[in-house]
Design a protein around this ligand. Structure first.
Ligand code: ATP
Ligand code: MG
Length: 571
């Protein structure tokens, strides 16, 4: 490619629309442009990288026996009504009508469509297992599209669906995908971790999210510094640690003026927050419930909602809580009647705790559940684990990291095969629902995650496997014929060797070309300058390490071939 003809409109200024580094750099490197909120055009450089990621995905899916197909983005409402999701998917589902007023949606995902595809043509156990995938454009009318390709409303996803005869088959398909995903993200050069993830309404064990570790990530992950435990903070949990028995002391009511928070009470009474039990009132589908939790812990509302099985959950408003005389900040469970009391699993094990007294600005000391001082209707793990806590699997300690969810794999089991009647006939003639799994990779988000992890103040640093081009060749002066001729010759030779080169023939100053080369992030820069050429050499710079060396013109192509081969092998 000749840079003079390449559509790569680089920018010197940081565009105001971008918040995170990958978005800024993709705009600045002339890789993408915004069309509408969360809707983008991929310019040629981005598209080349995206196609490489897609190719890596294809190779790894095919290696596991995946078969590629392509389903439409436009899906009839009927199949979503059949699965029951038309009513519950909410505003994120991009609904459209045709000229006759019939309802359709632009697919956010394809469980329904793949299910009706398979049910029409697959009948026998002999045809299973099946692994079907596509790389296709998805639509989600996200509440807050942001961060460029990270959370957009139109985006490219690889989605694979597995169909098996039983749970054991599903486990095999799942393990294959787990392995394939690990290989895909390794080949893309990402620093990632598979983490145990929430299975939401489907429940049971059986989902992992693949998290690219990055500060800009929207997810929090807890991982062990000793073993391979890792989970999203949404689901990470552990049994309470054993406690030391204490003598239960008599309850005392004390004044705690102006102590509306756990920190205030702890300071005022000179005790650690871990001796206090917080009393929180929630509204769950219109019903008031109390949740008790240790003073230094945070309630995990995802776990709470899962336990209650409610659709809507929010903290109750103060007026409602205070209608029978108590004051927010001084609430407690002692003497409470007619309201369901849930407690995090640590609470019933605690001795001599401090709780609000439900009586002005006062607290109670030495309250003991084990003496029957208050009631608990249900106990469960309802909290977030914190950094530094003991790992649920070993004696190690948990660390907290932020991650970008680049992929997720999920055991659907028979959720869709039952509602959409995707059945097979077993060897004995009996009909059973197929056992399904689904597996997604965000292609654009993966690209953004690579940049998020691999850049410096000058621009992108592409891993060779997903770089738009391998090398840029820069003649430092386009008016010196010898330099131009050498650059052209190298460009032809390198291209003929099957490597991907850009020749920067734009007639710009060398400084401008160098800046753009760093910004766009070519893994290798070859500079053709008079000084080295006098020695028969060119200067070769590796973007990732900054390492520079002079290489004789005649050896450059062989060197580059070797460099690319080695980089691809090492990920
Ligand atoms: P998130 O929790 O980030 O909204 P999700 O869990 O809803 O994502 P999945 O349904 O698991 O997403 O989709 C599979 C993959 O598609 C995700 O792992 C992610 O890489 C990608 N993806 C999902 N939503 C978006 C989006 N709005 N923009 C870009 N990529 C997305
Ligand atoms: Mg997901």
């Amino acid at each position: 490619m000749k840079a003079s003809k390449m559509l790569a409109p680089t920018l010197r200024e940081v565009p105001a629309e971008a918040e995170i580094i990958s978005h800024k750099l993709m705009l600045r490197a002339g890789m993408m442009r915004k069309v509408a909120s969360g809707v983008y055009t991929y310019l040629p450089l981005a598209w080349r990288s995206i196609r490489k990621i897609e190719q890596i995905i294809r190779e790894e899916m095919d290696a596991k026996g995946g078969q590629e197909l392509l389903m439409p983005a436009v899906q009839p409402a009927e199949i979503w009504q059949e699965s029951g999701r038309w009513g519950v998917y909410g505003a994120e589902l991009w609904r459209v009508k045709d000229r006759n007023g019939r309802d359709f949606c632009l697919g956010p995902t394809h469980e329904e469509l793949i299910s009706v595809t398979v049910r029409g043509d697959v009948r026998s156990y002999k045809q299973l297992p099946l692994l079907l995938y596509q790389i296709q454009t998805k639509y989600r009318d996200e509440r807050r599209p942001r961060f460029g390709l990270m959370r957009s409303r139109e985006f490219i996803m690889k989605d694979l669906y597995s169909f098996d005869i039983d749970e054991a088959g599903l486990s095999e398909s799942y393990d294959k995908m787990y392995d394939a995903y690990s290989r895909v993200f390794t080949r893309c050069g990402l620093n990632f971790r598979p983490v145990e993830a929430d299975t939401g309404a489907i429940g049971g064990k059986g989902s992992h999210e693949f998290m690219a570790l990055a500060e800009a990530g929207e997810s929090a992950i807890l991982y062990c510094d000793t073993c391979d435990y890792a989970a999203t903070d949404e689901i990470a949990g552990r049994d309470p640690l054993p406690v030391t028995l204490e003598e239960m002391l008599p309850i005392e009511k004390v004044d705690t003026p102006d102590c509306g928070t756990v920190e205030d009470v702890a300071k005022f009474l000179n005790v650690p927050a871990s001796r206090i039990v917080k009393t929180m009132y929630y509204q769950a589908d219109g019903e008031l419930v109390i949740v008790l939790i240790r003073g230094d812990r945070r309630i995990n509302e995802i776990k709470l909602q899962g336990l209650l099985g409610c659709n809507e959950l929010a903290l109750a408003d103060n007026a409602e809580i205070e209608q029978n005389g108590s004051k927010v900040g001084y609430l407690g469970p002692v003497g409470v009647e007619n309201i369901k009391i849930l407690a995090d699993a640590e609470v019933p094990l605690m001795f001599n705790v401090i709780v609000g007294a439900n009586d002005g600005e006062r607290h109670l000391l030495n309250v003991n559940f084990q003496r029957g001082d208050f009631r608990i209707d249900q106990t469960a793990d309802l909290r977030y684990l914190e950094e530094g806590e003991q790992c649920p699997h070993c004696g190690g300690h948990l660390k907290l990291a932020r991650g970008i969810e680049v992929g997720q794999i999920f055991k659907l089991r028979t959720k869709y095969s039952e509602s959409l009647h995707v059945n097979y006939t077993a060897e004995d003639g009996a009909e059973h629902p197929m056992v399904m799994g689904c597996y997604g990779i965000g292609v654009g988000r993966t690209l953004a995650a690579v940049i998020e992890q691999s850049h410096d103040s000058d621009g992108i640093i592409w891993p060779v496997a997903v770089a738009p081009y391998h090398v840029v060749i820069i003649p430092v002066n386009d008016r010196e014929q010898e330099l131009v001729d050498t650059a052209n010759k190298l460009y032809d030779e390198i291209s003929a060797a099957g490597l991907e080169a850009v020749l920067d023939d734009r007639g710009e100053r060398a400084g401008v070309k160098f800046k753009d080369a760093d910004l766009i992030g070519y893994p290798v820069r070859i500079t053709v300058g008079a000084k080295s050429l006098a020695r028969g050499c060119v200067e070769v710079k590796i973007r990732k390490t900054g390492e520079m060396q002079e290489i004789p013109v005649g050896d450059v192509t062989a060197w580059l071939k070797d460099f690319v081969r080695q980089s691809l092998a090492n990920g």
